[in-house]
Design a binder for this molecule. Sequence first.
Ligand SMILES: *[C@@H]1O[C@H](CO)[C@@H](O)[C@H](O)[C@H]1NC(C)=O
Ligand SMILES: *[C@@H]1O[C@H](CO)[C@@H](O)[C@H](O)[C@H]1NC(C)=O
Ligand SMILES: *[C@@H]1O[C@H](CO)[C@@H](O)[C@H](O)[C@H]1NC(C)=O
Ligand SMILES: *[C@@H]1O[C@H](CO)[C@@H](O)[C@H](O)[C@H]1NC(C)=O
Ligand SMILES: *[C@@H]1O[C@H](CO)[C@@H](O)[C@H](O)[C@H]1NC(C)=O
Ligand SMILES: *[C@@H]1O[C@H](CO)[C@@H](O)[C@H](O)[C@H]1NC(C)=O
Ligand SMILES: *[C@@H]1O[C@H](CO)[C@@H](O)[C@H](O)[C@H]1NC(C)=O
Ligand SMILES: *[C@@H]1O[C@H](CO)[C@@H](O)[C@H](O)[C@H]1NC(C)=O
Length: 761
Amino acid sequence: MAWIVCLWAASLLFVSADPVPDGVLAMECHDRSFVIAVDLPFAGDDARFEAVDRTGTYAITESYAARCGYTVTVSRPSGLVELRSSYFSCHTDKQDDGTFAFSFNLLVRRDSDAVYTLNKTCSPSLAWSPREVACQLNYMEVLVKSRASCAPGTKDDNWSVLRQAHVSSTSDWQVMFQRDEDQMAPMSLSEAREQGYVFDVTDGSLMFRAPYGQPDSFIAMVNNIPVEVVHATLFSRDRWLVIMVDLVAACSMHQGTYEDGGHVIFETPEAPYPRPDGTRIQVGFKGADVVTENGTVQVRIPLDVKGGLRKSFVSGGLYEFYTFHLVLEQMFEDDEAETRLRLRRILNTPLLPRPLFTQNRSVIEERLFQVYLGDVPEDVRLVSLWLNGREAPFTNSCSVADIAQAARGHGYLLKVSFDDPAVSQQYFEVYKTMQYSVDINYTLSVLPENELYNHSVSITALAGPSAPVLDATCSESGISFTADRWALDFLWFIGVGSDTLTPELAMQRGYKMSNGSQRLQLDVPVYSQGFRYEEITLEKFLGTFEILMKERQTSAVQKSIKKTCPFVTSELIVCSTDGKMTVVANLSLITPSGATPSTSNLLDDFCSPAEADHSRALFSFPLNSCGSKIKLSKGNVIYRNEIFYSKNSDATERLVVQCTYPLEGLHRLFSTYRFESDDPGAGRIFSRRLGAGFAAAPPRGPVATTRALMPTSTAAARTSAAPVRKRLGSNPGVHYIRVSKHGKPHPDVRKGAKGWKLGSV
Ligand SMILES: *[C@@H]1O[C@H](CO)[C@@H](O)[C@H](O)[C@H]1NC(C)=O
Ligand SMILES: *[C@@H]1O[C@H](CO)[C@@H](O)[C@H](O)[C@H]1NC(C)=O
Ligand SMILES: *[C@@H]1O[C@H](CO)[C@@H](O)[C@H](O)[C@H]1NC(C)=O
Ligand SMILES: *[C@@H]1O[C@H](CO)[C@@H](O)[C@H](O)[C@H]1NC(C)=O
Ligand SMILES: *[C@@H]1O[C@H](CO)[C@@H](O)[C@H](O)[C@H]1NC(C)=O
Ligand SMILES: *[C@@H]1O[C@H](CO)[C@@H](O)[C@H](O)[C@H]1NC(C)=O
Ligand SMILES: *[C@@H]1O[C@H](CO)[C@@H](O)[C@H](O)[C@H]1NC(C)=O
Ligand SMILES: *[C@@H]1O[C@H](CO)[C@@H](O)[C@H](O)[C@H]1NC(C)=O
């Protein structure tokens, strides 16, 4: 076979460069093609190209591209558009076959039909082989370079072709296609161009291009591999001289196969051309294996090869596929010249199932579910998580972390406490264990389309039941306690001191109790029984209340919560277990004009207020000091003192303050100086008119029933109290007594106090 190339000339010069608009990623001169990559923020359909030369602009449609040496590919879903142009495309401006100037218009439809000019000049550094064949995605191209001399056809050429040329009447170039062994009738180059073929003769090279699937091309099976062949013979006759050039392109049409185990295999014959002396093969993937056996070149591409594209896909289940842009270069050496064949193919795997896996890493000792969802592809994200049908709020007891994997994507580690409200539990009485279970539904999204995929897993674990979760908050009027997961009532009960919290006890003491299916709430108003008080000042004091979570069977305390809250002081009386009375009393109604509470005192004149403001005074003293009077009555011991203005003759009333302790709870009343009571005493404040007898003391008010769990502590600050209600207004629980000074009627009884009554209200 002979290769004859003659010099033919025609050349123009263009050198230009344009500002590249936003979105054009690259304009690159590659060895054998010029590439423009566009990533515009709209779908690929909205970007079009036009080729520009000095004769005009030409829209690059699909068929025009295949004819003229352009390949446009749109990668989904990224929307990356690539225009790849042959150096011998219809509108390249070529000079000396060494400098190639390209000019394109990029038309952006959505961008108000903006037109960008993309100009670039390339001088590829890779030397041209005598014969180059390009198997592009949409066309085949053959380039034959001139040799030193224009030698006529030689050797074993088939002269019947030459005869055809010889009888041709015209000296113009003619082309004759050969299909299998048949020769077609010769046609002029313009006729051939009409049929979609392009011939180009330049200074030193001759180029022939044909789209795939032309009527004059054919599929040959070589080693069972389909190969598309186009064979054109170009000739010209000048009197006795016939110039003839054989142009053959043969491209493997193998579609690629997927081999289980993670390879894509592409095959091409080792020798698509007759009589190659040797083949050198180069593949555009590092990491791809090339095996040549029995005349077949097999390219094996592992799925995880660098340069491959992976995409997740939802179709019932979660799938993935891989795309490879294969570039294969084969070099053939025959006795005349070297041939370089470049083949580009896009190979897709079928949809491959992409299983995710879950791993139970729960730790019973920590009462923690830990579930690892692994092998999540890089383009898949967790968007929501459902635990037993409830969308997971990520709190202290539930968290999820995105974890990088060494290979194959990433994973999510979910941690959920057994005690999270979303976890369901079932108690097995016989085994005294709880079964915790959670159905986890992961909603994953495949980016960027946001296709949703659900993955679910159920996890259970056995562990001992945990006591309800206790919490407490302060309010202006008291303390609120909550017990969450109050489901296993038969296992637990709540204690207030040594008492058991029941609806009856709550009602009796003024606690408000509400009992939901999983949650118990207890509101304890300040001053109610069980409160303890400390740091009492005129402005504020601290109130403390404690509840205990006890095991039903053993009454052992499992948990407890003790809450201390600040409250604003108005009036109060505290009778502590260590024998101290602390009183904040409003003296407005007994303060004679001109006097202030700071000048008031107890029965013992030397006992004056620790603190006082314009209407109130704070006294704090051991029960049996400051002139207190002690009285035993009906199993109780009563300590009583009075607040009054002794230095002021105007004073007609005084306030009585008293603490009542049940005798049986007292340990050290008389034996030692130290006072010690099981329970705090019940305190009362009331006023008495001077002259009224001491015996006229009223019965105990409702506050007198106050009890609190109180360790027999001697710490002075640890006091416990029953409160004093406001003495005026609608509050009914207060008693006022007018008594005359020193038991004698006082001449100076004030009329203004007419609302006051003797006895209880
Ligand atoms: C780009 O090339 C075209 C045609 O080759 C030319 O008309 C135009 O002026 C060039 N533009 C720039 C900016 O160089
Ligand atoms: C030359 O080619 C023709 C048709 O292509 C064929 O019939 C003939 O046998 C060939 N001759 C030789 C010597 O190969
Ligand atoms: C190559 O041919 C040999 C003998 O025909 C055969 O055993 C072998 O399997 C072939 N190899 C391939 C890859 O087809
Ligand atoms: C969670 O997944 C399970 C099993 O696939 C399914 O039956 C259940 O309906 C799902 N729950 C939710 C809330 O999606
Ligand atoms: C996935 O689960 C969510 C929540 O249960 C549900 O709303 C959605 O329809 C599910 N999606 C698919 C594709 O099953
Ligand atoms: C999960 O792991 C825990 C701890 O190892 C185990 O007790 C439990 O049975 C496991 N649950 C499931 C459903 O595998
Ligand atoms: C809460 O309610 C349940 C039933 O509704 C009852 O069995 C339980 O005794 C109640 N708990 C308390 C502390 O009252
Ligand atoms: C004390 O009592 C008087 C009269 O009832 C009232 O006007 C005043 O507001 C009270 N003071 C305080 C601090 O409560």
